[in-house]
Design a protein around this ligand. Structure first.
Ligand code: C2E
Ligand code: CA
Ligand code: CA
Length: 452
């Protein structure tokens, strides 16, 4: 496909071919031109396979800026990004725009990992300087994934895929990161593929389970509800932690199917609980970008006959950041049906108090990190107190996570924290053990009432 166009361009050097190879907004080459450049370089290096560097730059936080300042401003910023990148490259290098906020570069003479890292960090520096947006200034940063051509890489798409994978790892590690594709990443990717395949099969066979961890009223110690936590044991891989399979499910686009299975099982189990208990359920960031999420949740509730007013959805700040408008739309949809929304892991993400003003939450879950150090650490104590005061002011419920000792529970009660969750009150257990737990605690409650 590339060939006729290429020869057309060479023959004419004219406008038509240019259009097919040029990004109209920035005037940079587009993905096709970039691909061609790499293919040509690979062909040149056929006899002498000296390494070279290919990289992808992804702007961090471009979408929120685009939403905030408007499309025209977004376009202006992209043009400025393109100018800065072009100005930083010498004649042998190539830069292209390959996606909405993705750019790519080719350094034919950069052949070591160290040099690639250094170049990429320089690009990030250049892109981090403030941008003029009319009267205002905007700040952006960028993440970069690179790969080095080696004799085994026979095509541009192999190199670009490796760069994409490296970029994915860079983004996952935070902002302003550079990752160069390596043997370790290759091994991790292969392991992730193994997990993905096993997980696809397990989801289809309905083998991922819902476990439940109690959330209690810290004063009365009565159970108020349960958080659903996914559990999976594969015949070959053994027990796989959700900290491993949830990110893979997200990355490989199977989180929706996984989530639906777990929610179905959870609501079925929760039907046998006393009606005043709530069921809490985690949603992943990528599910807040998918506009079908609300519909899927509601149809599961409908089928299992579970009252939406007993369901709480836990989302994290990261979930809100990716696409705030989409997340809000889904949250509003759920809320209209009576579902409550909690902000999970509060205090760890890219916390912005401004967001608490813009987006309404019914509940905040204070992250385990603060709870685990509450007895030793003055700052944690102050932070927890401040969060509690804020929740009270904003009329939000609060749950402290990861309570492992009685001393922690008492300190939190003393500070006025109402809800608590953690190994002190119960580990996550399956549906059957949850029923035993409920029977047991009901018995204890009755005994305590009789003694009073
Ligand atoms: P999370 O939502 O913050 O869940 C709480 C985690 O803390 C759970 O880990 C729980 O077992 C653990 N935990 C609870 N109490 C204590 C304690 O006292 N001490 C300590 N050290 N840990 C405690 P788990 O089950 O391994 O889940 C890890 C994460 O995986 C969850 O963090 C959540 O983000 C995600 N996850 C689990 N199930 C699902 C699911 O069905 N869907 C989605 N999207 N994510 C899930
Ligand atoms: Ca959670
Ligand atoms: Ca949490």
């Amino acid at each position: 496909m590339g060939l006729p166009l290429k020869s057309y361009e060479m023959r004419r050097g004219g406008d038509h071919a240019d259009l097919a190879f040029t990004d109209p907004l920035t005037g940079l080459g587009n993905g096709r031109r970039f691909n061609d450049k790499i293919e040509r370089l690979i062909a040149e290096r056929a006899d002498d396979p000296a390494p070279f560097t290919v990289g992808i730059i992804d702007l961090d936080g471009f979408k929120p800026i685009n939403d905030l300042f408007g499309r025209k401003a977004g376009d202006d910023i992209l043009i400025q990004v393109a100018m800065r990148l072009r100005a930083s490259m010498d004649a042998q290098c190539t830069v292209a725009r390959i996606g909405a906020d993705e750019f790519a570069f080719l350094y034919p003479l950069v052949f070591s990992e160290e040099a690639a890292l250094e170049k990429a960090h320089t690009l990030i520096e250049i892109l981090s300087a403030p941008y003029d947006v009319g009267e205002r200034m905007a700040r952006l940063s960028a993440s970069v994934g690179c790969s080095l051509f080696s004799s085994g890489d026979d095509s541009a798409s192999v190199l670009m895929n490796k760069s994409e994978t490296a970029l994915y790892h860079a983004k996952r590690a935070g902002r302003r990161r550079v990752v160069v594709y390596s043997g370790e990443i290759e091994a991790a990717t292969q392991q992730a593929t193994r997990v993905e395949q096993a997980l696809r099969r397990a989801i289809a066979a309905g083998e991922v389970q819902a476990h439940f961890q109690p959330i209690v009223d810290l004063t009365s110690r009565r159970t108020m509800g349960f958080e659903t936590l996914a559990r999976w044991t594969d015949p070959d891989l053994g027990i796989v932690s959700p900290a491993v399979f949830i990110p893979i499910a997200e990355e490989r686009g199977i989180i929706g199917a996984l989530s639906q299975l777990v929610l179905r099982k959870a609501t079925e189990a929760a039907r046998s609980w006393p009606e005043d208990l709530f069921l809490s359920f985690n949603l992943s960031p990528s599910q807040l970008v998918d506009q079908n999420t609300g519909l899927h949740i509601l149809s599961i509730l409908d089928k299992s006959g579970f009252d939406p007013r007993r369901l709480e959805i836990e989302i994290t700040e990261t979930g809100l950041m990716t696409d705030p408008a989409s997340a809000e739309k889904i949250m509003n949809e759920l809320r209209l049906c009576g579902i409550k929304i909690s902000l999970d892991d509060f205090g760890t993400g890219q916390s912005s108090l401004g967001r608490l003003r813009d987006v309404r939450f019914d509940k905040i879950k204070i992250d385990r990190a603060f709870v685990s150090s509450i007895l030793e650490d003055r700052p944690s104590e102050h932070i927890i107190k401040a969060i509690l005061a804020m929740c009270q002011g904003l009329g939000m419920d609060v749950v402290a996570e990861g309570i492992e000792t009685e001393a922690q529970a008492q300190r939190l009660t003393q500070f006025g924290c109402r809800g608590g969750q953690g190994f002190r009150f119960g580990r996550p257990v399956d549906a059957e053990a949850t029923l035993s737990y409920l029977r047991e605690t009901a018995r204890v409650d009755r005994r305590m009432a009789a003694a009073r």
